[in-house]
Design a protein around this ligand. Structure first.
Ligand code: ADP
Ligand code: MG
Length: 315
């Protein structure tokens, strides 16, 4: 059985913004899926929908099966049990996710105690272990968030995400706020921990190169839909959808001779989800659009073994 199975997921905000429009994605146990796309394409909305963390005004349809159980229809009590213990989320800005007036050890212990997984004394021991796992001394449990660097705070967020031994971790731009060196360390840490503990990973980023390094498979999201999906390396090196190609050109791999030339910029921005263009939503920015693209949207279709793309020029 798949660890995560998202089927025909739609999310529309109270403002009328159709932020997620018919997303299908799966993650097998212990596997790593990357979701790439520019800012505003619906990635965080997708991440938050998985654990029903969206504002009440958001309308959700479709299903999100976590180990076969639909998160979207489960009762509140069950949902509380699933958050942290079934799946947990690491957000981008650790400073905003951590409480400034509580010691980090107490914050890491909170989900453990909330789920009744340990006595307070045992939880303290577990917090020490978790901090060591993410490369911080156990004694840092007594620190307040402002006493830590940005990278250390992100390590604390990862410790918290691991605290209840979840089967899935959702990491939404976990390193975007960090400088490049620290970014690489944090990515290696996440990779190592999910591999050791056989945790599934859904990693979100605007940077295709980062995802190609970390994930097994890669999905490219544009205007609320997945427009390309396949093995991570293949999608990064030879995307079939023009948007996938534009994204990978925008984020060249460091040290790769072929990409040392100036990256081709992608002019413009993704469309406003309350006023989507007709036809293929990418056509106004697409360098290879045909006249037909303004009239007809394309569904995902086979684009080679284990690959799919939603473009009239594919298949
Ligand atoms: P990403 O994470 O890819 O940058 P988001 O999921 O944050 O994208 O946003 C997708 C779209 O949904 C954007 O157009 C954004 O303005 C809109 N949006 C996000 N949150 C809300 C909200 N709470 N209410 C209304 N619109 C929202
Ligand atoms: Mg986001």
């Amino acid at each position: 059985m798949n660890l995560l199975e998202i089927k025909d997921l739609h999310v529309t905000y109270g403002t009328g913004a159709a932020a997620v429009r018919g997303v299908d994605l799966t993650i097998a146990p212990g596997r790593k899926l990357g979701v790439a796309g520019e800012s505003g394409c619906g990635k965080s909305t997708l991440a938050m929908a998985l654990l029903r963390l969206l504002p009440a005004s958001a309308r959700l349809t479709g299903s999100v099966l976590l180990d076969g159980e639909d998160v979207l229809t489960m009762k509140w009590g069950r949902l509380r049990a699933v958050r942290w213990a079934g799946a947990s989320i690491v957000f981008q800005g650790a400073m905003h996710s951590l409480n400034a007036v509580h010691r980090i050890g107490d914050q890491i212990a909170e989900p453990i105690l909330l789920h009744g997984l340990a006595t307070p004394a045992a939880a303290r021991t577990r917090v020490g272990e978790l901090l060591e796992q993410v490369g911080l001394p156990g004694a840092r449990a007594d620190a307040y968030p402002h006493e830590l660097s940005g990278g250390q705070r992100q390590r604390v967020m990862i410790a918290m995400a691991l605290a209840c031994a979840p089967r899935l971790i959702v990491a939404d731009e976990p390193t975007t706020a960090l400088d490049v060196m620290i970014q690489a360390q944090i990515l290696r840490l996440i990779e190592q921990l999910v591999a050791e503990q056989d945790i599934g990973l859904l990693m979100i980023s605007h940077d295709l190169a980062v995802l190609a390094d970390t994930c097994d498979r890669l999905a490219v999201m544009y205007a609320g839909r997945i427009v390309e999906e396949g093995p991570a390396r293949e999608v990064y090196e030879a995307a079939r959808h023009p948007y996938g190609r534009a994204l990978s050109a925008a984020f060249p791999r460091i040290g790769d001779a072929a990409t040392r030339r100036a990256p081709r910029g992608l002019p413009g921005d993704p469309p406003d989800p309350s006023a989507l263009p007709p036809g293929c939503t990418f056509h106004p920015r697409c360098p290879v659009a045909l006249a037909a693209c303004a009239a007809e949207d394309q569904a995902l279709r086979a684009a080679g073994p284990g690959r799919s793309a939603a473009c009239v020029l594919v298949g």
